[in-house]
Every structure is written in structure tokens, then in C-alpha cells.
Design a protein around this ligand. Structure first.
Ligand code: IVH
Length: 681
């Protein structure tokens, strides 16, 4: 081999080993100085002989590539999230639910810190890191490979040649975060935001300087790599030089899990990065299919959340705002205070009765905490600290946006603005319409929407679809001025690009499946889940519109209140305007099945039946089979055997007692091969 190449390879190997010792093991064997001069030597050689630069070279960690925008990328396996547990009882129930399914009281759990960062999926082909994708909405993320390659704890090349996907968390440790905040002008509220901002930075050189780290904790298809427990997964990851958490532990039962939680409670401050809970995973992966999944998370794992932190701060003023339904909200402005590692300056106050009941006045000291991830809530007031400067806050009588007289419905505490033309309500309606769960239009932040309203660029939801014809007007009003001034995107043609992307996203939204449109319309009481089941059931907006009240009432997952609200919405005399606009702008009004089940041949005998599906399957997952039964056969799936069950579909490792019972009760059992022959043959 060429001498230069040998030299380069030697330098690379040395540097890789040192990087591993320093970043992954936290145990450096050489000084920073020695590392730096060796890296420089490699870079100099590579500059002279660029033909020898490989993508796994430590020199490639320094970044350099500037991205215009991150490409969207669909995940091979959806990235699920975790159910939450808040106390011992929740965890005992979690343990008992699993016990009932696996029929063993000998349950081992793998306990890990819940790192407060950003999840990432890394894909290796032939042992080479080829992709890093953010979580996004769980189905589609963003390709941030160039930035991920600069993260030193992520190996660029591994000693495992089979295609591999691993998942973990990218974060900034406490020390790097405080260093970064001290050194830069731009202050981030917490390490998570700083890590998020860094990972999505378009300049990978900036990313390389920030000392992001990644801890890996998951392989989405472990059985394909012959890994049968979470413990084995972690050992496999360690063996291939990924950084894993030092604080994880295999516990032999739920009581040991409680002890480990106690340990975390006591030692949280000593952990070098922020954690927002503890993840408890059933260790035996062979049981995962059987334990099952909901649409959002696995039932074999849960996240125990630390009790919410409560802090006190001064209430400076109260803003009155109007929501899309006309409901009046009260937002407290408070003296900035640190809560769960984030500086907060706003909190919600439920309604006026609450303010009166708790006797809350402006300039009082109030206590607040974070419920979920939304803005904090005010839960009380410290009357002992009250002085003469307090000012009473009076209930408003007019809408803050349109000045209409506010009304209170009988038996309700909330005040409403009933003016359908109220600008505040319309703006909030647009914010909801474009949101990620609704029409999913990128590029219309609340700020931009307000600006568009102020400049009369849009006056209603439907004007969104006219934006493409208003380029000149938009640019003449300097809507994007602030973004450009802040230098968020420094490209010269930022304006054009933003506009083009926005229009592209708006046009794309016209092809959404019906459930998004139903949810986006903001029908009172109709949330995301109900929108989905209405869309699946009625298949088109026209069918839904024609549904009788009786028909809507008969849907058992809707409830009376919701059925009435839907009926009222579609039978209101003004609703024709909605349909006219939907038609005018060519917005899709049909249900689009998201899964491709085109290989399924429908068998009449399985239509409108009740099924029980147990075990794991090779072509489709158990959940997909259930989906097929529901969508294509209009059949129901249940979890326990009763005389109402028409068929049992049994895969590998089917639950024995269910099979025994089915035989006893003479219920036909269809095995996977037979199911495949009949339905996919
Ligand atoms: S496991 C299917 N383990 O928490 C299970 N998640 O609320 C996938 N997270 O999106 C997640 N530390 O970003 C897992 N040790 C850990 C974690 C962890 C942090 C994050 C992850 C996930 C979110 C779920």
C-alpha cells in the first residue's frame, strides 16, 4: 500500500480511538494538545491528497457543509413515544398489566434515564453511517446527516456490516450548555432548546463547535439482529462503541425499579445532563408483540415523570385574549423565573372565577408549575407576601379584539365573544387550521399569520389558498423583515425561498386525507381522534355532511355532545360557504387510506365480523392485521375471547390460554399461513 495512505490510516485509527476514549468513555488517554496536533497533521495530509479522504475520517467531524434546508425523510419504522407514569401506583399497574399478558410474575425491567434532548435515528449501511434523521412527527423526520456527523460520540463507521438502525437522544451536557451560554450573545432558555437549535443549524461548522453528544438506547428491530432483551441491545451498542447511559440498570422486579427511581431522585443533580424522567422497559423483547402497542406508544415501556417543580414569582399583569371558539382566556405575565430548566414569563389563569376564588391580584406573588408541556399554570397565591401595591383585576365586559359585549352561557364559567367576524377568533381559527395536526402547513407561524392579517393579506382561512397570487404584496409589506434582520437564514434569496416553500406546503395540504380537514374546520368538541374515526367511517365530507343526527348518535365512540355539534355545524345555513370554498380551491374531501394494502384480496366471509388477533406475524404486524380487518373488512377486533368472537387469527407465540379457550368454545382458529393464502394469495 502507498506510504501516504498507510500514514493517513494510522492517524485516523489513533484519532478514532482517542475520540472514543474521550467522548464515549469519558476517559481520555492523551492531552487535548496531542489530539489537536495529530488532527491537524491528518487534515494537512488529506488536503494534499484529497483522494484519500473518506467519510469516516475524524477530519470530517469539523463540518463545513452548509445546508439550504433539511430534506424530509420517512422513517423505516415509526418513532413512537412513551406513556407517562407519575407515581408508584401507575407503575404497579404497568407491571400488573404486563404480568396479565405474559403470565409470569418474574418480570425483569431495564431502567434508563429519560434524557431531555432530541431523538435521532441513525442508519448504518455496510458499517458506515449514512443517515441521521430527526424524529419529526414520528412518521417523517428531517435529514440532518451533515450535522450528526460532527457529533463525536457517534461512530462514523462500525464493526458490524449488516444494515442497522439505532436510535437515541442528542443533547448538550450541563457543562457544555453553560459554557455555550456564557460565550455567545444568543442565550438559550435551557440545554434542550440549545441542542435543538444547534442540531437544526444550517451551518455544520457551527454544530461541530458546540459539543453535542448522543446517547443511544434503542434498536427498532432488535430481533433481526438476534437481540432478545434490552440488556442485550445495550451491550451490543456498547460493543460497537456507541455511547450508552452509565446510569442504566437491569432490575429483577418492580421493587428494584422503585429502588432505582429513589436513587435517581437523590442523584439527579450529579448526572452530567438534564433528565426529565426515568424510562422503564420490559427487558424480554420476545414478549413485545404480545404485550402490544397503542397507536402512539408501546405497552412494554413507560416514562416515569418526576413530580412537577413548583416556583413562585410576581404577577406583573394579565392579558385578556380570545380563542377560536370565542372563549376568553387570561394570560398572566410574570417576572421571569426558572422552572424545569426553562425561563418562563407567562402562565395561564383558568378563568375569571378562578382569579376571584383564589383572590389573585396584580403584583401578588403566585405559585406556578408545568402541567404537560404547555405553558405553566398558576396554582395559588402567597397572600403573606402581599403589600399595598396590589391592584384588583376586573372581569372584562368587552372583547379585547373586536369590542363586542362578552356573554356568559348559562351554567358556564367562561366568557365568550359571539361575534363571528371577530378578528381575534378568525386569526386563532387560521392558526388552528394550519397546525401540524390539522392541515399541516409549514411556514405560517402565528407571528406571520398575525402580520398577514394586519396587512390585510389574508382575512379568512380560505385566503391562505390565495397567498400564491400575492407574492408582490407580501414582499412589499416586509413580512419577513424580522427573520432576515435576525439573520436566521442568511442566504440572499431567503425571501423567495420562504415564499416558495410556503406555497408548496399550502398546495400539498390540498391533498390531505379527510380527517385533517375535519379537524382543521374546528368543529366544537371534535378532536383529532374523532376526526380520524369520522373520516374512516364516512369516507367523504359529502357523506358526513348528509349524516342524520340519529346516524351520528349511533356511533359509539362519538358521544351525544359531539354528534350534536357535528350535526349543527353541517346544517348551519352558513356552512354552504365552507363547501363552496373547499370546492373552489380543490381541497381533497375524501378519506385516503394511508397504508398500502393493495395485495389483500377481500374475502366476503370475514366482513363485519369480530376477530381476536394474537401472537406475532411475519408479513404484517399484528397492528396492521387489525387495521386491515377494521378498514377493509369493517370487522371489529377484541382482546378477550367471548362467545361473540367469530375468528381467532393466531401467529407465532400466540397466547396459549386464548387458543385453549377458542378450541373449547369452537371458535375457528386461522393460522398465519392460512390467512396469507386466503387474503394475500
Ligand atoms: S425509548 C419505543 N429510552 O423520550 C420506545 N426514549 O417520550 C422509544 N427518550 O421520543 C423511546 N430517553 O426521545 C427511550 N432512555 C430512553 C429515552 C427516551 C429519552 C425520549 C425519546 C422519546 C421520548 C418518549
Amino acid at each position: 500500500m502507498n506510504n501516504i495512505l498507510i500514514k493517513i490510516n494510522n492517524l485516523k485509527e489513533k484519532l478514532k480511538q482517542w475520540e472514543y476514549e474521550y467522548y464515549v468513555l469519558d476517559n481520555p488517554s492523551v492531552s487535548d494538545y496531542e489530539f489537536d496536533i495529530t488532527l491537524r497533521e491528518l487534515i494537512e495530509l488529506e488536503n494534499k491528497y484529497p483522494e484519500f479522504i473518506t467519510s469516516d475520517s475524524p477530519s470530517q467531524r469539523v463540518g463545513g457543509q452548509v445546508s439550504e434546508k433539511f430534506k424530509k425523510e420517512k422513517h423505516i419504522f415509526p418513532m413512537l413515544s412513551l406513556s407517562n407514569s407519575f407515581n408508584k401506583n401507575d407503575l404497579l399497574k404497568f407491571d400488573q398489566d404486563i404480568e396479565k399478558i405474559v403470565l409470569s410474575s418474574n418480570n425483569e425491567y431495564f431502567v434508563e434515564p429519560k434524557i431531555d434532548g432530541l431523538s435521532i435515528s441513525l442508519i448504518y449501511k455496510d458499517g458506515v453511517l449514512i443517515k441521521g434523521i430527526t424524529r419529526g412527527d414520528g412518521v417523517t423526520g428531517e435529514d440532518v446527516t451533515v450535522n450528526v456527523k460532527t457529533i463525536k460520540t457517534i461512530p462514523l463507521i462500525i464493526d458490524y456490516k449488516k444494515d442497522l438502525e439505532v436510535r437515541g437522544e442528542i443533547f448538550l451536557d450541563k457543562e457544555s450548555f453553560s459554557k455555550m451560554n456564557n460565550e455567545s450573545d444568543k442565550k438559550f432558555a435551557n440545554a434542550r432548546n440549545a441542542a435543538a437549535g444547534t442540531l437544526r443549524n444550517l451551518d455544520s461548522k457551527v454544530v461541530a463547535k458546540r459539543n453535542l453528544k448522543a446517547i443511544i438506547y434503542n434498536i427498532p428491530n432488535p430481533l433481526e439482529h438476534n437481540l432478545q432483551s434490552q440488556n442485550q441491545v445495550i451491550n451490543f451498542l456498547k460493543k460497537h462503541k456507541f455511547k450508552t447511559s452509565n446510569e442504566s440498570k437491569l432490575c429483577s422486579n418492580i421493587n428494584e425499579v422503585f429502588e432505582k427511581i429513589e436513587w435517581f431522585n437523590k442523584n439527579r443533580e450529579l448526572i452530567p445532563y438534564d433528565i426529565d424522567g426515568i424510562v422503564i422497559k420490559y427487558d424480554n423483547i420476545l414478549k413485545y408483540e404480545e404485550i402490544g402497542y397503542t397507536s402512539k406508544f408501546p405497552k412494554w415501556a413507560t416514562a416515569y415523570k418526576f413530580p412537577a417543580e413548583v416556583v413562585e414569582s410576581k404577577l406583573l399583569s394579565i392579558d385578556v385574549t380570545v380563542g377560536r371558539t370565542g372563549r376568553i382566556n387570561y394570560i398572566a405575565n410574570i417576572e421571569p423565573v426558572n422552572l424545569n430548566n426553562t425561563m418562563v414569563s407567562k402562565a395561564t389563569l383558568h378563568n375569571y372565577d378562578y382569579i376571584k376564588e383564589k383572590d389573585i391580584m396584580i403584583n401578588d406573588y403566585v405559585s406556578l408549575f408545568k402541567a404537560g408541556e404547555i405553558i405553566p399554570k398558576i396554582i395559588g397565591v402567597n397572600h403573606k407576601k402581599r403589600d399595598n401595591n396590589v391592584i384588583k383585576f376586573n372581569e372584562p365586559s368587552n372583547c379585547p379584539m373586536c369590542n363586542y359585549t362578552l356573554v356568559k352561557n348559562k351554567d358556564e364559567v367562561d366568557l365568550y365573544c359571539v361575534n363571528e367576524e371577530c378578528k381575534g377568533r378568525i386569526i386563532e381559527g387560521v392558526v388552528h387550521f394550519v397546525s401540524r395536526q390539522a392541515m399541516n402547513i409549514d411556514g405560517l407561524s402565528e407571528g406571520i399569520i398575525r402580520k398577514f392579517f394586519d396587512e390585510k393579506i389574508i382575512n379568512s382561512i380560505w385566503d391562505i389558498y390565495e397567498i400564491k397570487n400575492k407574492k408582490e404584496l407580501i414582499f412589499s409589506k416586509n413580512v419577513y423583515k424580522k427573520d432576515i434582520e435576525q439573520g436566521i437564514k442568511k442566504q440572499k434569496n431567503f425571501k423567495d425561498k420562504s415564499f416558495d416553500n410556503l406555497v408548496e406546503s399550502i398546495e400539498k395540504s390540498k391533498k390531505n386525507s379527510l380527517e385533517r380537514l375535519i379537524f382543521a374546520l374546528g368543529i366544537k368538541h371534535v378532536g383529532e381522534v374523532a376526526s380520524k374515526s369520522l373520516s374512516k367511517k364516512y369516507k367523504s365530507l359529502d357523506n358526513l355532511r348528509k349524516a342524520s343526527l340519529d346516524d351520528l348518535m349511533s356511533l359509539n365512540d362519538l358521544g351525544e355532545k359531539m354528534a350534536m355539534s357535528i350535526f349543527k355545524f353541517f346544517n348551519d345555513e352558513k356552512s354552504y360557504l365552507i363547501f363552496e370554498n373547499i370546492k373552489k380551491y380543490g381541497i381533497n374531501t375524501n378519506y385516503i387510506q394511508s397504508n398500502d394494502y393493495s395485495d389483500i384480496h377481500i374475502k366476503e366471509k370475514y366482513k363485519n365480523k369480530t376477530f381476536l388477533v394474537t401472537g406475532s406475524f411475519s408479513t404484517y404486524s399484528r397492528n396492521q392485521i387489525k387495521d386491515i380487518l377494521l378498514e377493509l373488512y369493517n370487522s371489529k377486533c377484541v382482546g378477550t375471547i367471548t362467545k361473540n368472537v367469530d375468528y381467532v387469527i393466531a401467529g407465532k407465540n400466540a397466547t396459549q390460554h386464548k387458543i385453549d379457550k377458542a378450541i373449547q368454545m369452537n371458535i375457528p382458529i386461522i393460522e398465519e399461513e392460512f390467512w396469507k393464502k386466503e387474503n394475500q394469495g
